[in-house]
Design a protein around this ligand. Structure first.
Ligand code: IMP
Length: 173
């Protein structure tokens, strides 16, 4: 057990849920090819597990935006730090997010990629905090809905730490 975080969602539960979401995505995109966009840094572990649960042909892209400093609340301002490397014309795009909190990051990315002429665009988020939502944004695939609490692990950080924890944890007081 890690001294900093109590388990909120175990690695077994995460793995089982990813298989379920993967099966749904495989069904929804059968016969199509996906461009899967990983939102760095928080989604890198989720992305790695999710793409291995998919059996449709796919390519992986990476995007990085900044909105959080080292703090636990969003600045509300989202900036593009690293863009994807390929055009999206005619592509079926799946954005992979670690967590939708205020929703501002996802809205920014959906708007940014949505104008690049993709055939379709959807989002898969491991976690959603419905009480924290500040904007209308669609999330087509959700792993788990959680309360308005700060979580770490499985890619998610606090001040760039704890991403390596294999579970979603709540910081100990
Ligand atoms: P949003 O723009 O407020 O939806 O925030 C999205 C980003 O904030 C996520 O991609 C995370 O990187 C970060 N974030 C939001 N909530 C948490 C949390 O509880 N733990 C760690 N990072 C978080």
């Amino acid at each position: 057990m890690n001294p900093v975080a109590d388990v909120l969602i175990s690695k077994e539960k995460i793995a089982a849920r990813i298989q379920e979401i993967g099966a749904q995505i495989n069904k929804d995109y059968a016969g199509k090819e996906l461009t899967v966009v990983c939102v760095l840094k928080g989604s890198f572990i989720f992305m790695a597990d999710l793409v291995r649960a998919l059996n449709v042909p796919l390519t992986c892209e990476f995007i990085s935006v900044s909105s959080y400093g080292n703090e636990k609340t969003s600045s509300g301002e989202v900036k593009l730090v690293l863009d994807i490397s390929k055009p999206l014309d005619g592509k079926h795009v799946l954005i992979v997010e670690d967590i939708v909190d205020s929703g501002l990051t996802l809205k920014f990315i959906r708007d940014l990629l949505g104008v690049r002429n993709p055939a379709s665009i959807a989002c898969c988020a491991l976690l959603e905090k419905p009480e924290a939502l500040k904007t209308q944004v669609s999330v087509e695939y959700t792993g788990f809905k959680i309360g308005n609490e700060f979580v770490v692990g499985y890619g998610l950080d606090y001040a760039q730490k704890y991403r390596e924890l294999p579970y979603i944890g709540l910081m100990k007081a």
